[in-house]
Design a binder for this molecule. Structure first.
Ligand code: GLY
Length: 411
């Protein structure tokens, strides 16, 4: 069966590679796309990469231009949890026990982060992407304990005067309390812990963080600031600015997608209409400004466009966020709109322009990490692979539930 699916994918990819122009990729008949076929290939590739790795305290982060192999970081790097997360997704897609055994080892290496005083919000990315998936797929209570501890550690960064988590320490900007749009992604850990542990107060804290982010970091033009700076004593909002974008008022692609995904989850967890409205506004603005092939430039306002680098990671995050959103909206029209948009991004990422194939060890090419710092520009980055695997799995599950419904209604 897997062979048949892989052959189908190869046919699809061959069609795409014969028609490399963007328009034809976007016109590819969506029914032809099989997320499982891509997942199969990705799992095989991930397993091959794994076989060359023996140090479970070193985590793939990026690949230099024109190089084949991952560069590694230590456990304290904000990206450490994405590699174990990729492994858990590859295990989920394939059922391969070897991948699972390695996922466990890399995950266990992250444990100390949950018990070390937090310096920034990234503890959520590190622990939730590794332990969160580990617990979801195994139900192992030890994983749950680590997740609950990580949520409590993250919560120590909450400033009640501001009503948000301190995302980054003051050295990054001159202001004392910086809250960034990326931090919306780490509320999921707090909402989960409030439901599954004893610290019910984590719910209010996550809700407050989402509210303040919506009030101050989401702009009137429906784009987002990367950073919101607040006075740590009075809680007063001081300034919206950027760290990784082109300018303070530009639209940094990945920031917008952190917002789309983060506010969708905030609505799912709270039922607050304003969070849903925000997720919709951010999504629509993003969709309206995208280039034709559905993969954003790193910043929508870089004057070098169309000669600016893309950010495949933002497309993968947008796909996950919009698939989540499509389950939450209350009209069929909106559901179809976000589902189709997400599917289009996943298909574009799965074309030979973005899928790495034999080029290097990563799954995806063409992500941009920190353009203003001249760092990780137009290269593979691990979080692109992580959200790409998540998006493929989400799409597969949605297709499966639709097939089940169709089969039931045909009875
Ligand atoms: N700061 C996390 C990111 O680069 O999106």
């Amino acid at each position: 069966m897997k062979v048949i699916k892989s052959c189908l994918l190869l046919v699809v990819l061959a069609v795409i590679s014969c028609n490399t122009n963007k328009k034809e990729v976007s016109e590819l008949k969506t029914e032809q796309f099989s997320p499982q076929a891509v997942l199969d290939l990705n799992a095989i590739k991930t397993k091959k990469t794994l076989k060359g790795l023996s140090d479970f305290g070193r985590f793939p982060r990026n690949i230099d231009k024109d190089k084949k192999n991952w560069n590694f970081v230590g456990v304290k790097d904000w990206c450490s949890g994405f590699w174990p997360g990729v492994l858990w997704y590859a295990y989920e897609a394939s059922g391969d026990e070897y991948i699972k055994s390695q996922a466990e080892k890399f995950t266990n290496s992250i444990k100390s982060i949950a018990y070390t005083p937090a310096e920034n919000h990234d503890i959520g990315f590190m622990v939730n992407c590794s332990y969160g998936n580990a617990y979801r797929l195994t139900g192992n209570q030890e994983y749950k304990e680590v997740l609950l501890a990580a949520a409590d550690t993250l919560a120590t960064l909450f400033n009640p005067k501001v009503g948000t988590i301190l995302s980054w320490p003051s050295q990054v900007h001159k202001f004392k309390h910086n809250t960034i749009i990326d931090n919306m992604m780490n509320l999921e850990l707090l909402f989960w812990a409030a439901k599954n542990g004893d610290n019910k107060g984590l719910y209010d804290l996550a809700r407050s963080h989402a509210n303040q982010t919506m009030k101050y970091i989401v702009r009137k033009d429906n784009a987002v600031y990367h950073v919101g700076s607040f006075d740590e004593d009075s809680g007063k909002f001081l300034k919206g600015c950027t760290h990784q974008g082109y300018t303070d008022e530009s639209m940094w692609a990945r920031g917008q997608t952190w917002g789309i995904y983060g506010f969708s989850v905030a609505y799912r967890e709270t039922g607050e209409q304003e969070f849903l409205d925000t997720a919709i506004k951010l999504s629509d603005h993003y969709i309206n400004r995208l280039p034709e092939d559905g993969i954003p430039y790193w910043d929508f306002d870089d004057p070098k466009i169309p000669n600016a680098p893309r950010d495949a990671s933002a497309a993968a995050i947008a796909a996950c966020g919009m698939l989540e959103l499509s389950k939450l909206v209350n009209t069929e029209e909106l559901r179809l709109k976000y589902e189709a948009a997400a599917k289009g991004y996943i298909e574009a990422l799965s074309s030979d322009k973005y899928l790495s194939g034999d080029v290097n060890q990563a799954l995806l090419l063409h992500s941009t990490g920190h353009y203003p710092k001249n760092s990780e520009i137009d290269v593979p980055i691990i979080y692109a692979d992580y959200y790409y695997m998540e998006a493929l799995l989400r799409l597969k599950k949605m297709q499966q539930s639709k097939q089940k419904l169709n089969a039931m209604s045909a009875k």
